[in-house]
Design a protein around this ligand. Structure first.
Ligand code: PLP
Length: 444
């Protein structure tokens, strides 16, 4: 009998009792390859001695000091590091405790920016369907995942959702990437014009879509066009890299691969690698300057912002990634994972699409490959796959299709950056077993 309100109320969960490298252990001594990093969190794997040592040192020195009284060396060092490696124009970091908090802070920064510069009529947020930006109310309102939003809709602020850039589902036969990029970016400009550009505050998008659609990268040139449209209408571009950022796609920031710099960027999961809860907003100089030369105050704050223990863990994680050149490994292992998935599942009758970047890959499952018809959601194929994967000693992050049928069940893979060839082979083999077992069950 548990006294925890677990997400799945009646689920009987194994007890996680330890973790080393790419594996988690349960209290029965069973090992699981963590091929999803939880939910794309554990970028360094588990039990990394250098991170643990840094956390010990910080705990011995200073666990907590409230930010209305103090800053701390460790938070300053982390901010210095993130700003030095950030896309052009980013000048400051704002530390929070996770991804949803980062989105909430970014939205408030965007709003306050326009108040500070004398454009208080800008309040509209445009985001995309099939996106996820977190579960707090502002973040939930911003996300376009109807299944998550439905029952809370009366509580949500008004937001506007345009179609995503999702080649497998929405690129038309014969349409070039260039044309599709132009068409899907045009949806943003059309919406800005419909709302009145002078009322639009920000466009929010995941650079590579994570949980809702399963590692969907934009087609080439989409984000560059989006950036131009935002600039043309004075709209802020907020890129949500909570899941896809901090090295997961093979570059520190996924948007670098698209040659685009946002005005505000949210990061979280891979920042602290799960060793501590931490997220951040990276903000551009123009936003900082508006605050600094205006009210001199960012009207926001939580008790645990800039938490020294969280900053120490994140700093250590980021130092190890740089020292061990792990982004090179993400690129190499990402290419190998894509190849192995293609070899193993490329002709699978129910694998519709294999996509992603770096160690951030999605496999979309469909009833029928030629029509791309998703499985009936009632079959809960994703849940069967998760269960079968766990029975085979594998953790993957499966999600159901969207309720509007715009995409099917999918599996998200986000193995740790320390993965080697043998780990990738084992992940693909165990996933194949899990598919076999889950399909047998779902198709009876
Ligand atoms: N944004 C994106 C893109 C995410 O994937 C998530 C979580 O999965 C969030 C925001 C919310 O982050 P958190 O769960 O840390 O609040």
């Amino acid at each position: 009998m548990t006294h925890i309100l677990h997400r799945q109320i009646n689920a009987v969960l194994p007890v996680a009792s330890g973790g080393k490298g790419i594996e988690l252990l349960d209290s029965n001594g069973r090992g699981y390859i963590d091929a999803s990093g939880g939910a794309a969190v554990s970028c360094l794997g588990h039990g990394h001695p250098d991170v643990i040592a840094a956390m010990h040192r910080q705990a011995d020195t200073l666990a907590y000091a409230h930010t209305s009284f103090f800053t701390s060396d460790v938070a300053e060092a982390l901010a210095d590091r993130l700003v030095a490696d950030a896309p052009a124009g980013i000048s400051h970091a704002y530390f929070v405790s996770g991804g949803s908090e980062a989105i909430e802070a970014a939205l408030k920064m965007a709003r306050q920016y326009f108040v500070e510069i004398g454009q208080p009529q800008r309040r509209n947020i445009i985001a995309r369907k099939q996106s996820y930006h977190g579960n707090t109310l502002g973040a939930l309102a911003t996300g376009g995942n109807e299944w998550r939003r439905a029952q809370f809709r009366p509580l949500l602020i008004e937001t506007h959702h345009i179609d995503p850039c999702f080649a497998y589902r929405f690129q038309e036969a014969g349409e070039t990437d260039e044309d599709y990029a132009a068409r899907s970016a045009q949806a943003l400009e059309d919406k800005i014009i419909e709302l009145g550009p002078e009322t639009v505050m920000a466009f929010v998008a995941e650079t590579v879509v994570g949980a809702t659609a399963g590692a969907v990268p934009p087609v080439a040139d989409y984000l560059r066009r989006v950036r131009q449209i935002c600039d043309r209408h004075g709209v802020l571009l907020i890129l949500d890299e909570v899941m896809c950022g901090m090295g997961r796609t093979g570059m520190l920031h996924a948007c670098e691969q698209d040659g685009v710099a946002p005005d505000l960027m949210t990061i979280a999961k891979g920042l602290g690698g799960g060793y501590q809860p931490i997220g951040a907003v990276l903000l551009s100089r123009k936003i900082f300057d508006a605050f600094a030369s205006g009210s001199g105050l960012f009207q926001h704050g939580h008790t645990y912002i800039c938490h020294p223990m969280a900053c120490a863990a994140a700093l250590a994680v980021q130092e190890v990634i740089a020292r061990d050149k792990l982004l090179d490994n993400v690129k190499a292992m990402g290419a190998y994972l894509a190849r192995r998935l293609g070899e193993r599942f490329g002709n699978h009758p129910h694998v519709g699409d294999i996509r992603g970047r770096g160690l951030f890959m999605g496999v979309e499952l469909v009833e029928d490959r030629s029509s791309k018809q998703p499985f009936d959601p009632k079959r809960k194929l994703h849940a069967r796959i998760k269960k079968a994967a766990m029975a085979n000693g594998l953790l993957v992050y499966p999600m159901g299709g969207t309720i509007d049928g715009a995409n099917g069940d999918h599996v998200l893979l986000a193995p740790p950056f320390i993965s080697d060839l043998a780990a990738i082979d084992a992940i693909v083999e165990r996933l194949g077993e899990a598919f076999n077992q889950a399909f047998r069950g779902s198709l009876d």
